[in-house]
Design a protein around this ligand. Sequence first.
Ligand code: NAP
Length: 260
Amino acid sequence: MADTTEQGLAGRTAIVTGGGRGIGRATAVALAGAGVARIALVARTAAQLDETARAIEAAGAQPVAVTADLADSDSVRTAVEAAERQLGQVDILVNNAGTVAPLGATAKLDAADVLAALRLNVVAPILLAGAVADGMRDRSWGRIVNVSSGVVARPETMPGGGVYAATKAALEAQTVSMAAEYADTGVHINVYRPGPVDTAMQEWIRAQDPEAIGRRLHERFIGYRESGTLLTAEQSGAALVAHLVRREETGRIWDVTDEL
Ligand SMILES: NC(=O)c1ccc[n+]([C@@H]2O[C@H](COP(=O)([O-])OP(=O)(O)OC[C@H]3O[C@@H](n4cnc5c(N)ncnc54)[C@H](OP(=O)(O)O)[C@@H]3O)[C@@H](O)[C@H]2O)c1
């Protein structure tokens, strides 16, 4: 077995999608704290990426902000190229960017909105993983984490959130299949379910018109907030990185509660 220095995160290069805020930002900062040397942050909002970049620098890593709309597959490719040009080959990919929209009655869904969710939550992480995995295999070391949701295990808890549940279920199936594809190569590919986390995504759901997204769904998310069950992004990001540090395994469904 290789020693911890070879297996560890120290000195590695990472990409974190959705690194501008929320769980992605907290994960990027936790990676820097774990010794990752270079981190590319990908999202659409430059000002938020810059803010995370400053936090990463303060934690001792070199950041690069890559502004891209990952729902566009051409942008996915150019984002990886931009990250590798500036930071070198990627050792760690955290596919965290995601959308919970569209929410509401299935009968009222618009095809364009459903396809947009699939492009960001499923197509982008698959293309990103595909862009970096062979390089990782050639170097016999790589880590890919696909951020999913506990809703996959209990989709009935999210009436009106069926598209979101479906995209995350698809991502989980692809993750486990890809992990088997890269078995025994040193490339570990796992799912991470981050738990209910107090981020802009939860805030956005609470701000929706209950009539538009469904009263039961709206009440459920108000309840998460009021009952004090939401985690902080820092707790969830730290738990993701703790999985990476402690678990030499692939093809698993990791849950935040395993490392809280
Ligand atoms: N919060 C929760 O309770 C919870 C629970 C389970 C799972 N999750 C999952 O955790 C992940 C992070 O969620 P979060 O709560 O931290 O959400 P968030 O605060 O809304 O952050 C989402 C991040 O993704 C980026 N993003 C969104 N659309 C994008 C696009 N088209 N192209 C590139 N980047 C895009 C956002 O930046 P821009 O808008 O600037 O592009 C932002 O940086 C998601 O995959 C989510 O499904 C969250």
